[in-house]
Design a protein around this ligand. Structure first.
Ligand code: 5GP
Length: 208
């Protein structure tokens, strides 16, 4: 795929790591961006709105979208399907925006394979597993069973941090937000491979 000036910033990390709070903190300072709203089959949580956090659909609709090739990537996470729609991402990249993804490690892998030359990836983690547990219980949006599944998932995900360009340990929100802002600005400077090749070609040409 070839996109003029857009870039991708993938954010992963356990639910409760503070990804949404961090995005909120930096959103006014990162310039034109598009936050990719995923489609999911997981039930809507209290306080969530269709089309804001996610597009909530049933399994049949999700499967139809897979068949229709609507997703840039999709994955089964905690027993529910989550997918990134291709169309709005393509449009945002063509408009030169920074596209933010909140996706899991499987999604990062898929995006890096497809859009690696313009992708920067960040894993956001609470300082410890026990701190994560504390935050999930304090949030009180999930049942004990779901919290346990999330903690187990977090233990698996943390094993794959080395697949990311950056690790942000979200101990103090302000410090973590400053780090993420710097990374977001730098992510924009990534040049797509075709632009690099054009540059090299022209550069050589000028030398002749
Ligand atoms: P939650 O249910 O807490 O909103 O999200 C659960 C997990 O699904 C998180 O790790 C989140 O990053 C991941 N996720 C959300 N949307 C997508 C998506 O479109 N693709 C993939 N691969 N993972 C997603």
């Amino acid at each position: 795929m070839s996109f003029i000036n857009g870039a991708v910033l993938v954010l992963s990390g356990p639910s409760g790591a503070g990804k949404s709070s961090l995005i909120k903190k930096i959103e006014d300072e990162i310039g034109a961006y598009y936050f990719s709203i995923s489609t999911t089959t997981r039930p809507m949580r209290k306080g969530e709105t269709h089309g804001v956090e996610y597009y909530f659909v049933d399994k049949e609709e999700f499967k139809k979208d897979i068949e229709d090739d609507m997703f840039l990537e999709y994955a089964l996470v905690h027993g529910n399907y989550y997918g990134t729609s291709l169309k709005p991402v393509k449009k945002a990249l063509e408009e030169g925006k920074l596209v933010l993804f909140d996706i899991d490690v499987q999604g990062n892998n898929a995006i890096t394979n497809r859009l690696g030359d313009i992708t920067t990836s960040v894993f956001i983690s609470p300082p410890t597993l026990s701190e994560l547990k504390k935050r999930l219980y304090a949030r009180a949006t999930d049942s004990d069973e779901i919290i346990n599944t999330r903690l187990q998932m977090a233990e698996l995900e943390i094993q794959r941090v080395s697949e990311y360009d950056f690790l942000i340990i979200n101990d103090t929100l302000d410090v973590a937000a400053k780090q993420l802002l710097k990374i977001a600005h730098t992510a924009r400077l990534k040049k797509p491979l075709d632009q690099i090749n054009d540059f090299v070609y022209t550069w050589k040409d000028l030398e002749d």
